[in-house]
Design a protein around this ligand. Structure first.
Ligand code: SF4
Length: 141
């Protein structure tokens, strides 16, 4: 079976869902923007990225760094910043959630941008958060 690489084939939001999404976004943004600097992608993958929003990467990569990360962990686009994925790796190590970095995240469906990821989970457009992880695949020094 071919893996689902995007949520584009899911049914788009109906007009009623858009209204509900806007309402839920008021609460979602109030929590996630100050806590995680959420970029409102609508397809939250925070739980697989050690609770650091990967969408703060200037290239908005969802499955790891671009390859341009400096040896000191600096971002290729903004060298004064630390690469988001560098931070995700070390936080994952700290939290014992390295195994979740092996999970691929679907490419971003821009139709869901600026919609409520809570609603998208309830409507089964995206996967629910992963609260616990037990089996690290990689022993990290
Ligand atoms: S992954 Fe998407 S929904 Fe989750 S915090 Fe980042 S921008 Fe917000």
């Amino acid at each position: 079976m071919t893996p689902e690489i995007s949520t584009r084939e899911k049914a788009p939001l109906t007009q009623g869902e858009k209204t509900l999404s806007n309402l839920l976004l008021l609460f979602e943004n109030a929590i996630k923007i100050p806590l995680f600097r959420c970029q409102r992608c609508g397809e939250c993958i925070l739980s697989s990225t050690a609770f650091i929003c990967s969408q703060r990467c200037p290239k908005q990569l969802r499955n790891g760094p671009c390859g341009g990360t400096g040896e000191d962990g600096s971002c290729e686009v903004y060298p004064a910043r630390t690469c988001v994925w560098y931070r995700i790796y070390y936080r994952s190590q700290l939290l014992g959630r390295i195994d979740l970095l092996y999970k691929y995240n679907r490419i971003h469906n821009w139709c869901l941008d600026k919609t409520s990821s809570w609603l998208n989970v309830l409507r089964k457009r995206i996967e629910p958060p992963i609260p616990f992880t037990r089996h690290d695949k990689q022993a990290v020094e």
